[in-house]
Every structure is written in C-alpha cells, then in structure tokens.
Design a protein around this ligand. Sequence first.
Ligand code: ADP
Length: 485
Amino acid sequence: MSERGVFIGKLIIPRDREFYEVRNPADTRQVIAKFPRLRRDDAREAIGKAKEAFSKWSKTLPVERARILYKVADIIESRADELARTLTLEEGKTIPDSMFEVVRTINLLRFYAGLITRGQGKVIPSQDKNTIIMTNREPLGVVSVITPWNFPLSLPAWKIIPAIATGNTVVWKPASITPTIAYELVKAFYDAGLPEGVLNLVTGSASEVGDELVTNKDVDALTFTGSLQTGKEINEKVGKMNRFIRVQLELGGKNATVLSRNGDVNLAVELTVRSAFGLTGQACTATSRFLVPEDMHDEVLSKLVERTKKIVVGNGLKNGVDMGPLASKEQYDKILSYIEIGKSEGAKLVYGGQPIRGSEEFDYGYFVMPTIFDGVTPDMRIAKEEIFGPVLAVMTYRTLDEAIDIVNSTEYGLIAGIVTRDISEAAKFAEGVKVGVVKVNKPTIGLEPWVPYGGVKGSGNDMYKEMGEEAIEFFTRIKAIYVGY
Ligand code: ADP
C-alpha cells in the first residue's frame, strides 16, 4: 500500500515522518492507505504557507474564485462513483449515504460560487448631506478547520468552501481515521487550479497537529466540529491565549423525535428508524430518543421493533445494506459500553444490544446490531449523553408540554422532530424546543446546504451558523466606509 501525501503549500510526501495505516472498519484486514503522522512543526509550516497565500488570494475577484469552485464541482461530479467508494471503504457508511455526501459537496460548491459573486455589502443612508456610507465584507485570514470522521467529506466541505470562496486561506486537519477522502477533496481543488497554499491538509495527532491549529498566533479563525468535551478544551485554550479570534464550535446532539397523539404512527416509526440507525447512528443529527404518548406505547413499540428487524447490517459496499459498521474500534467499544450502562441503569433492552459475529462477513468489522431500549427515563445516562451509535431510547410522555420538557432536559440542543397532523401543535413544539433546527414530519437526519445549521446549549457556541448564506458571516468581517463628496 503506497504512502499518501499531505498538502503543505503543495502536495508533498514527507518520507522522513512515520506513516500510519488507515483500515476499512468493515474489514480491518484491509489497509486503505498510509498517511504521515505530522509533527507540530509541519502544522506550523502549513499555517505559514496559508498566511503567505492569503495576501494574493484575498485580493482575487469573487468571479475568479467562483470559477475555481465551479471547476472543483465538475471534477468531483466526474469522479462521484469513485469518491463514494473511497468514502465507504474508509468510514464504513453505505454507498448511497456516501453518494449523498458527494452530491452535497457538489451542491455546496455551486451554491457558494453563485453566492459569492452576488456581493455582500450594503449602502446605508447617512444623516449628513453629500455622504454615502457603505459596508463591505472582507476575509479574515488563515482559518483552521478541524473536523470529525462521521461526515468526512461534506462536513469539511461546508466549512472549507465558504472559507475559500470569501478569500480566506485554510489549514485543515481531518480526523485521523478518514484522511483519504480528505486528500481527494483537496486534490480536486488543486486539479481545478487553486493557487498553492490556499488549502493545506495536515494529518496527525490532535495533541500536536490539532493543538497547533488551535494555538498558533497566525491563525485568524477556527472552525471545529466534534465532541462536546473537545469543544470545551479548544474553547478554553483559545480563551487562555486572550486573542480575539473567531471560534465556531459545532458539537454533539441528543436529538429526540416526538410522536404526537395526532401523528401518523407508521411515519413516526419510519422516520425514527431511519434517523436512529441510518449512518449507524453516527450523526450529530441522529435521533437517539423516541418520545411516545404513554397510551400508545405498546402499539408503537411493537411496530418499531418489527421495522428495526428489517434493517440489513453489513459491508456498506454491498447492495441492499442499510447500516454499515461503526467507524473504529474506539467507537465499537464505546457503543458496547453504553449498552451495558443502559442495562445496568434498568432500561429494558428490547432489541439488539450485541455485536454481530460468526461469519467471514462480520468477524473482521465493527458491526453492532441496531439496539432499542424501552422504559428509559430522563435521568438515565442513555437518555442524556451522546452515544453516537445505533442505540435508541424509547421514552413515554403524557402531554405535549411534558414532551417538550423532556426534549429540553439534556445538555444538548441541536435538532428536535415531531410527527403530527396538527399544525398548531407543530408550531407550539417548534416554539418550545431549545434547539437550532426543528423538523416536522421529517427525519432528524438530513440537512440542506442552503439552510443555516447549528445548535444551542452544549451543541455549539452558537455565535455563527454554518451553511446557508449565513456561513459567509463567520468567514468575513464587516468594514464600514464613509464617503463624503
Ligand atoms: P471524534 O474523534 O469523535 O470525531 P473529537 O472531538 O475527539 O471527536 O475530534 C474531532 C476532531 O478534533 C478530530 O480531528 C480530532 O483529531 C480533533 N481534536 C481532538 N482533540 C483536539 C484538541 N485538543 N485540539 C485540537 N484538535 C483536537
């Protein structure tokens, strides 16, 4: 297996660094690639390259930047099948789910290419005569991008694309287990003619490479998605440095789907199963709590279990598979330990709860059955903590107000869903839940790139949204210009 490179200014293969293996989580005998474990100095050098590139890139015309973004979109489109396959091999999700990421990335590229040529400033009437006041948006400088493995292509894309589109330069550290698809994205940018140093890719440990991206004084902004714990650490580090840089933190979720008494039971079951077990539950937007009216509990639970039994678990490359493996040994151990926690807390395990073993197809991968716990109460850890795997907690409620209280009872506030035919109930729910995104009769997973996204409470620092037009706000600062004539 050949050794792959990183981008420090341009593509390099640092032969004098140690290389680590990236393995297929569906079959760990298979090595996908080898990437260098870079050191702090390498990250520093990449930041230096980004800083150097900024002076020119920030002065390019929006139309020139857009031309490159459109070209990247075309390149990715022409390689869509191959990229989806790479993503599945590396992360484990199914081919349709990988293709969804590829298509979203193409959409993001074209969306921001169009948006950036539209102009971002205002003209404001002055209180003085013969005066024009206008605002302009300027890029910030070097942006550090630190991303997780669960959406290894489209999530970095929704940070990197608006950053570059607005004239910033980027240093990106992907999660250690998904560098190959990261490499492919960066390569597409350079194949499209991106000037050297505008987008840098550094692989390596969080403690060296990640830390440098957070603490380096030449970094002007930081956008991070990952766990609440890491988000807190990063926030603390930046705070201690006492530098006023922009920090965007997108953290976890403990999202609920609520079935209302006026909702379609089959629809609620379908949406919940898709949002809880699709992507193997490894999405910030996954449903991990299903709230059901107390008097409908038995009917709903039996339908839920019946539907869950139909989920086909297997290698994501195979046709007809609904749920791939967990992405790593670490995830696998974590999910199994949460299943034990659920049992010991007194929740009732009604389906799954075990690894899948006993055949060639499963023995070398991190496969776990979709798992349902019933009788879960809001005080249990499996009702409060982000598990990030295919584990669903079924809870009951009596009134809509109580359901809203339960939805709001965790540290997180990312997404909440309701299934109802009653529009006033939907509106009351949307008003009462403390989250960034509300879904009515829709799965909690699935975001559209033109819509602002971001959570509240422990789900993010909520200063700026991601995606949509709103992403531009994070990556640019406003300058006001008064002109007398
Ligand atoms: P996960 O690994 O489950 O995606 P993490 O929050 O641990 O979630 O990691 C998300 C990303 O942040 C990864 O790229 C990881 O390497 C990086 N990271 C983790 N800890 C730190 C840290 N202290 N400083 C900078 N980056 C970090």
